[in-house]
Design a binder for this molecule. Structure first.
Ligand code: MG
Length: 344
């Protein structure tokens, strides 16, 4: 493959990641918080046959994506505007989404941190302390893996730092590193090889959360299990008492959210749509599990591996639709090339 072809393939993966995340999020948003029975029915009646007309979430038509992808988009925008990661700039962007009431769906830890930032707290003090351990910092970390696919040490540090702006619990950093790390790996290698990928993710996350790391080491053994069996296994890992009540399927607790997303990617063997269907059929915090699944699966297959028709529905309250997100991916890829050449 020539350098130009290689560059085009990588650019396609960047676009696949951002669009794949936003589309998974938007498709999950319709049934966010519903249990596995409702979500599996939606998958069978709407997603698999691609009969999407008529679905909505409250006042939002299908295609609206939520806080997961808004915050991932703002992270990518911050990278491009600052020429790399500037935690103060990103913290301000998080706060602004809340103070301008543009955020769609609110994680409590993120919201509390956003208002502290708006009141002038520094970015490294504003994060909600443990034991709050939701998936809010993992759900937005895929762009870290895009920008820093060539530099593992910087990827880990940046996934951690962008995460602790809102979530100080190290389990949240582990989740953010796993999602950024999986994205970086598929961008760098162009494919998913389960045992190599999971061994790397376990190594990178272990200093932050040995429970997640131990589960990641086992994940290649679970990937061929049927989803209902894997769901039972994964939903309880790490069991954090504050998330154990009131959720059917995968709760917003970071550890099972991240593991279920990675399972959905690996179980689906690189098929984007199948991965999204698997993630959503698990029920629970499905806009987030489908967003994280979509980011990694989209980065694996590239934009050309994602069905084009539903992508055209993407919107954030009338802005930041398909074309704008693809342009942002192009800009982020340009910055990645600059950083990579500077490092080389
Ligand atoms: Mg959301």
């Amino acid at each position: 493959m020539s350098d130009t072809e290689s560059c085009d393939a990588t650019a396609d993966r960047f676009a696949g990641c951002l669009i794949g995340q936003a589309l998974g999020d938007a498709l999950g948003f319709v049934v966010e918080g519903s249990g596995p029975t409702v979500c599996a029915e939606y998958v069978e009646s709407a997603l698999r046959p691609r009969r999407l007309a008529g679905y909505s979430c409250g006042r939002f038509p299908l295609g609206q994506y939520s806080d997961d992808s808004q915050l991932a988009r703002e992270l990518a925008l911050s990278f491009v505007a600052c020429g790399g990661f500037d935690p103060k700039d990103y913290a301000t962007r998080i706060a602004t989404l809340f103070t301008e009431n543009r955020i769609v769906g609110r994680g409590r830890a993120t919201e509390q941190a956003a208002y502290r930032i708006a009141q002038g707290w520094p970015w490294d003090k504003a994060g909600t302390p443990r034991p709050a351990a939701g998936n809010g910092s993992a759900m937005r970390s895929a762009p870290v893996g895009l920008l820093l696919a060539h530099d593992t040490e910087a990827m880990i540090r940046t996934a951690h730092d962008q995460g602790r702006i809102t979530h100080q619990d190290p389990r949240c950093s582990a989740g953010a590193i796993a999602i950024a790390g999986a994205t970086a790996s598929v961008v760098a290698q162009g494919r998913v090889e389960a045992s190599t990928l999971c061994a790397s993710l376990a190594e990178w996350t272990r200093p932050f959360d040995p429970i997640l790391a131990a589960a990641l080491e086992q994940l290649p053994n679970w990937r061929e299990e049927a989803p209902d069996r894997a769901l039972t296994r994964i939903a309880g890992i790490g069991s954090e008492p504050s998330y154990s009540d009131g959720w059917e399927g995968i709760s917003p607790f970071v550890t099972p959210s991240v593991l279920w997303s990675l399972y959905s990617v690996l179980h689906s063997h690189g098929d984007y749509w199948e991965a999204i269907c698997t993630a959503i059929a698990g029920g629970g915090a499905v806009d987030t599990t489908a967003a994280m699944t979509g980011a990694i699966a989209g980065a694996t297959v590239g934009l050309n591996g994602i069905p084009p028709e539903p992508c055209r529905l993407l919107s954030d309250q009338g802005t930041w639709g398909y074309e704008a997100l693809v342009q942002l991916a192009t800009d982020l890829h340009g910055l990645h090339r600059q950083l990579r050449q500077g490092a080389g």
